[in-house]
Ligand binder design. Structure first.
Ligand code: PLP
Length: 382
């Protein structure tokens, strides 16, 4: 692997300020991101307690190794894991991992989850694919004490390498194993080989691995992107502020942070900073006498391209057929966030009309490039 891989690894695990923990970069081949998955759920006899509102990949990480997925409840303000409901799912002596997802870039409540993990001897693994650049207290997401933190560098994410991702791990042995797995299981450290190598060129294939190496070229892109991360996040936050002001101006009292608000923008919590992968908002559409399809059509006509946020309980649907047949599919737990969340884009490339760009109180529409527009990707955004 080339020299830029290590340089990118050193910076990719947080927001560039943190250099202390090990990152392992990984490229996607035809198969799903197994290396990240293994870091998250390494054993078939460990269950994974996670959120129902997430992309299927969160649960897939467990299913790859035949582990069970337990669906916990979510905090209606944020859509993130509710620690008390995770506690209820985990019984003493059960092997398990807790997998919070920082939904749409909003950091989950890590402190109570970490305390719970300590109490029950569970591992804490963050799905931070939406949250590079977010902070919880003074700590960037990825810089805390969790056992593993997974990031995605897909082109719609905060930083891209074209495709691929990283997992930041605490345990140096796990890091070494992941290094090996992403490169065909190859071991080059003589101290870890079964037989003494003939020379410095010698290596062993210590276990079955894959080719998930991230190329140097992708890391060059990643390094350039990482330098822009603060600007990308600032831009996303500015767009979110603009959405918030526009919603309040348009809907008045119907829009607000309180739980009963018919239209609730994402919560802004004093102790954390969302990286706004998306501007996810909850709507009680009956209040407005409309449907999600009509809202989407109207926003699209205004050149804002929203998307439905992850449908509830996707893990059950992504259960491999074989596992389903053996009734491994979990019964979905009650989901607190009943109104379907949906999301407006916060991509840095979203444009604002020149005359109103500096005026956050303007309700002028945001212009968002069409889905097929390559300029919507970070790669070409600055
Ligand atoms: C919450 C979440 N987890 C995991 C992933 C998987 O990331 P990747 O596509 O880079 O494997 C995604 C992708 O969007 C995601 O949204």
């Amino acid at each position: 692997m080339g020299p830029l891989v290590a340089r990118f690894e050193a910076g990719a695990g947080g927001d560039g300020r943190r250099r202390t923990r090990d990152g392992v970069l990984e490229r996607h081949g035809r198969a799903p991101p197994r290396v990240r998955a293994l870091a998250c759920i390494a054993r078939a006899d460990e269950s994974s307690s996670t959120s129902p509102i997430t992309f299927s990949a969160t649960a897939a990480a467990a299913y790859y190794v035949g582990a069970k997925v337990r669906i916990a409840d979510t905090d209606p303000r944020t859509g993130n894991l509710e620690p008390a409901s995770v506690e209820a799912l985990n019984r003493p002596a059960q092997r398990a991992r807790v997998v919070p997802v920082h939904l749409a870039g909003q950091p989950a409540d890590l402190a109570p989850l970490a305390a719970l993990a300590r109490r029950h001897g569970l591992r804490l693994v963050e799905d931070a694919c939406h949250a590079l650049g977010a902070t919880l207290g003074a700590t960037p997401i990825g810089g805390g004490d969790s056992d593993a933190v997974a990031f995605s560098f897909h082109p719609v994410k905060h930083v891209t390498t074209g495709e691929g991702g990283a997992v930041v791990v605490r345990d140096p042995d796990v890091k070494r194993r992941l290094d090996r797995l992403r490169s065909h299981g190859i071991e080059r450290d003589p101290a870890c080989m079964q037989a003494r190598p003939e020379g410095p060129w010698g290596y062993e294939v210590a276990e079955l691995g894959w080719n998930y190496r991230l190329p140097d070229i992708a890391c060059a892109l990643g390094l350039a992107q990482l330098a822009k991360l603060p600007a990308f996040v600032a831009r996303r936050r500015a767009l979110a502020a603009r959405y918030r002001v526009a919603l309040a101006a348009t809907f008045g009292a119907a829009s607000g942070d309180h739980l009963d608000a018919p239209l609730a923008p994402p919560a802004e919590l004093p102790d954390r900073t969302s990286a706004y992968h998306l501007f996810a908002n909850r709507r009680r559409l009956a209040h407005f006498g409309t449907t999600r399809a009509r809202v989407v059509a109207a926003l699209t006509a205004a050149r804002i391209h929203p998307g439905a946020l992850h449908p509830a309980a996707p893990p059950a649907r992504c259960t491999p057929r074989a596992a389903r047949a053996s009734s491994a599919a979990p019964a979905p737990a009650p989901i607190a966030t009943t109104p379907a969340p949906s999301a407006c884009p916060c991509f840095p490339r979203c444009t604002t009309p020149m005359s109103t760009a500096s005026s956050p109180s303007s309700t002028a529409p945001l212009e968002v490039p069409h889905h097929d527009d390559p300029d919507r990707h970070n790669v070409r955004s600055r």
